[in-house]
Design a binder for this molecule. Structure first.
Ligand code: EPU
Length: 417
């Protein structure tokens, strides 16, 4: 297991490039199951979740040729319409093969993901959508089985906004007979990116980016090429790294319009934010003042930046109330930040951060992907050395984080055991 040794405090300065979005790449990879023709994906991030998804696709029979940052996938035949427990337990997003396998081969068997570090996270809404499309869904021995000769278009109203649930339903509906209308659909840029790929494969989709998505089923989809959208969460993490170190960081090759909620909060806190066509630059030389934030589905403040924002809030003047509305248990970073000297108390779904605290380096433990990123940010601002154990969580979703931070002036050392 690798760990990071981070020496602080530092002031980050310079430019960093955003990679392709993990959470857009995952459904795009799954979309390759919908056609026997080759699908070429570029701007793929080199992170562990992408390799896990590729392994799962290879297991189902997808022929894969991958080079750094890109892959060609060819699902000429489906050999195994299933996702075994071993893969699903390491990556919940494995459930994204449910929709494409069901609609392509008429049946699918996928392990239930179970709990994860940030909450219970059931897939009941995915399953309800497949039922609406005419599938017979059963649960046995920890596996979901779904069957349907051919899915039929339907109106699907999501009770709660669900990102991968929306994606799964879209993937399934592309080859269904007739029209599907998804209501209260997720509006995340990752959903929009998937719709773009499906359209270039011959799918008929409209309304992505709004709460109502219409999918007109087609008889077959064909091969296509697609460049995955920039990772707004990674970009936001580096923007926050600039702010927490009172530095000057420009994130290049990103989509500033996908970062509005974060940029508004940073501006309100007193940071200077400049947006270019594909760049955001954050300068924070002065004091920052505490801000209340509440996570919400896009375009609200992303839950995937909540932990990193909390790291920043520890050094802001005054109180910040940080409310998590998406997941019931996404505060594992609180105890670790406290070990570094942060003053935080929990109040139900909120964390109240009392700032500014003087952070000190400590030994801390990464518990999930974004919590790990928060600890890395805190370490950059803390006095002395921080050792972050279990950085495999970080490696799931951040491409070469230590290299990117070091190029900005950080001192991060990866130590492998
Ligand atoms: N939910 C249900 N039933 C369902 C589906 C969702 O109750 O069938 C609940 C969840 O438990 C949660 C809420 O609905 O409370 C929203 O969850 P959502 O389904 O939107 O989350 P997800 O699709 O499983 C994706 C991202 C997450 C990100 C969330 C929210 C991917 C692969 N994952 O998860 O990313 O936090 O949307 O934006 O796209 C991460 O990258 O670190 C990460 C966790």
């Amino acid at each position: 297991m690798d760990r990071f040794h981070i020496e602080g405090p530092v002031r980050l300065e310079g430019e960093v490039e955003a990679s392709g979005a993990k959470n857009a790449a995952l459904p795009c990879l799954a979309a390759a199951l919908l056609t026997p023709e080759p699908v070429h994906l570029s701007n793929l991030p080199d992170v562990r979740d992408i390799r896990t998804m590729q392994k799962l696709l290879a297991h189902t029979g997808v022929f894969l040729s991958a080079r750094p940052g890109e892959a060609t996938l060819e699902a000429r035949e489906i050999h195994a319409a299933d996702a075994p427990y071993d893969l699903v337990k390491t990556m919940r997003a494995s459930v994204l093969v449910l929709g494409p396998l069901l609609t392509r081969s008429g049946q699918v068997r996928v392990s239930l993901p179970g709990g994860c570090a940030i909450g219970v996270r059931p897939i009941d809404l995915h399953l309800a959508a497949f039922k609406r499309l005419g599938a017979e869904v059963t649960l046995e021995h920890g596996y979901v089985e779904a069957k349907a000769a051919r899915l039929r278009g339907a109106r699907i109203l999501f009770e709660t906004v669900t990102v991968t649930g929306t994606e799964n339903a879209m993937l399934a509906a592309t080859l269904a007979r007739g029209e599907t209308v998804l209501e209260n659909a997720a509006r995340e840029p990752e959903v929009v990116d998937l719709a773009r790929l499906l359209r270039s494969m011959g799918g008929r989709i409209a309304g992505e980016g709004t709460a109502t998505i219409a999918v007109e089923g087609v008889e077959a989809l064909h091969g296509a090429g697609h460049a995955v959208v920039a990772d707004r969460i990674e970009a936001g993490t580096y923007a926050l790294a600039g702010a927490i170190t009172r530095g000057d960081v420009a994130v290049r090759r990103c989509r500033p319009e996908h970062l509005e909620a974060l940029m508004e909060s940073l501006t309100a806190a007193g940071a200077r934010v400049e947006k270019g066509a594909d760049t955001v630059r954050v300068r924070a030389t002065e004091r920052l003042s505490g801000q209340d934030i509440s996570t919400a589905p896009y375009p609200g403040f992303p839950t995937d930046l909540q932990a990193q924002w909390m790291a920043l809030a520890t050094g802001m003047e005054g109180e910040s109330r940080i409310t998590e509305t998406i997941f019931e248990n996404r505060f594992h970073h609180v105890a670790e930040l406290q070990r570094m000297g942060a003053r935080i108390r929990l109040d139900g779904r909120s964390a109240i951060v009392e700032g500014p605290a003087r952070l000190m380096g400590a030994s801390v433990m990464a518990s999930d992907l974004r919590a790990s990123a928060a600890l890395a940010l805190a370490a950059l601002a803390a006095q002395g050395e921080t050792v972050i154990e279990r950085v495999y969580h970080l490696d799931r979703g951040y491409e070469k984080m230590e290299e990117k931070l070091n190029r900005l002036g950080a001192s991060v050392r990866r130590v492998s055991e």
